[in-house]
Write a protein that binds this ligand. Structure first.
Ligand SMILES: *Cc1c(COP(=O)(O)O)cnc(C)c1O
Length: 356
């Protein structure tokens, strides 16, 4: 059991308007912090009032982006309990990201204790309304004060939480996607499989370009040949071609191994669908579309669970997918996953971890 020191806030914040939570706008009363120093390891786990940090401007994170993060949610069930969805997968991914960024490993049990402790402390911030949840953001920054380029010898691991609204308050609407052919987000040997802020910094320009043209997200192609499909925005991507579900394989190391991706694959297989994890060329998708065999396309991630694509624009060819409506498979997997997450369906796969 992680030993956590509690310093509770003397005054609590006013709660936000539960009907207008949006995403990542309101933060709770407390945060979790734990420090790392060479020779001491991770130490001084504490839950303290949510507060600003005081950091030397020469801290390594500001200059060389030695930073990682995670994202998961706590859900309120119909009987008022609070639960997590496969947090062990996020923690496992955290340590893979840490390894890639030369950040010291964390004890997985300690991280789970920390997540449960901050969520339990902030239980009144877990919203009740349909489709809402408490978003949990663990992250680590390098805090050595020096400009030499080396892995830091000191770090801060923090967890902040924020109530977030229903992603689909107005129903599931398919989105317009633009195929990005100029910029890439990841290459083999790079950090595509790791959840690091730097990946986001360099993908902003593609996102901005797509938004300026009236699209909501970018479809990323591989960084070498600009030919194979990687991801959509900050989500994993699935295509249904002639009844078979296809998603890019993880083995090149340029795709983020999403917990939602993995869960969708397992649920679809359980439902009896054929799922292929393999390389998927954009040309194959175009070909399938021309032959009337592109049934569905959707992104997956913790924030939206499933986000169907209504329009896919390659720059010189526009594909309207499934009449710009959510497809049958996307709908089924969305219902199954959200049913488990919000405790409305039985957790047959043992994915739920209760908090309180
Ligand atoms: C976090 C993330 C995903 C989705 O992962 P989940 O664990 O399903 O939330 C997909 N792609 C990228 C680039 C991500 O950062």
């Amino acid at each position: 059991m992680l030993n956590i020191r509690y310093e509770l806030a003397k005054e609590l914040k006013a709660k936000p308007d539960w009907d207008n939570l949006g995403f990542g706008k309101y933060f709770s009363d407390h945060m979790f912090i734990m420090d790392y120093d060479e020779g001491m390891g991770w130490h001084d786990a504490r839950i303290v009032p949510y507060q600003n940090l005081s950091l030397d401007p020469a801290c390594m994170v500001f200059h060389y982006a030695q930073e990682m993060f995670e994202g998961l949610k706590a859900y309120r069930t119909p009987n008022g309990e609070i639960q997590l969805f496969r947090p062990q997968k996020n923690i496992e991914r955290m340590n893979k990201t840490n390894e890639r960024l030369c950040i010291p490993q964390l004890d997985p049990d300690d991280v789970l204790d920390a997540i449960k402790a901050i969520v339990a402390t902030e239980k009144d911030w877990v919203p009740v309304k349909d489709g809402t949840s408490l978003y949990i953001r663990p992250f680590i920054i390098a805090t050595d004060v020096q400009l030499g380029v080396h892995p830091s010898k000191s770090y801060k691991f923090m967890i902040i939480v924020c109530p977030v609204g229903s992603y689909y308050a107005e129903g599931i609407k398919p989105v317009k996607i633009f195929v990005e052919r100029e910029y890439v987000r990841a290459v083999k040997g790079g950090t595509g499989f790791a959840k690091v802020g730097g990946n986001y910094a360099c993908s902003l320009i593609g996102q901005q370009k797509a938004e300026a043209m009236g699209y909501s997200q970018v479809l990323w192609l591989d960084g070498v040949e600009h030919k194979y499909i990687d991801e959509v925005g900050a989500m994993n991507v699935f295509f249904v071609i002639d009844g078979v579900v296809v998603t890019p394989a993880l083995d090149e190391g340029n795709i983020l191994p999403g917990v939602t991706r993995n869960s969708c694959i397992q649920i679809l297989q359980k439902m009896g669908y054929k799922v292929e994890e393999r390389r998927l060329a954009l040309d194959e998708v175009i070909e399938a579309y021309k032959n009337g065999k592109l049934d569905e396309a959707f992104g997956t991630g913790t924030a939206a669970v499933v986000s169907p694509m209504g329009l896919l624009d390659t720059g010189d060819f526009k594909m309207v997918i499934n009449n710009n409506e959510i497809g049958e498979i996307a709908q089924k997997v969305y219902d199954a996953l959200t049913g488990i997450q919000w405790g409305k369906c039985e957790d047959e796969l043992g994915w739920i971890v209760k908090v309180c």
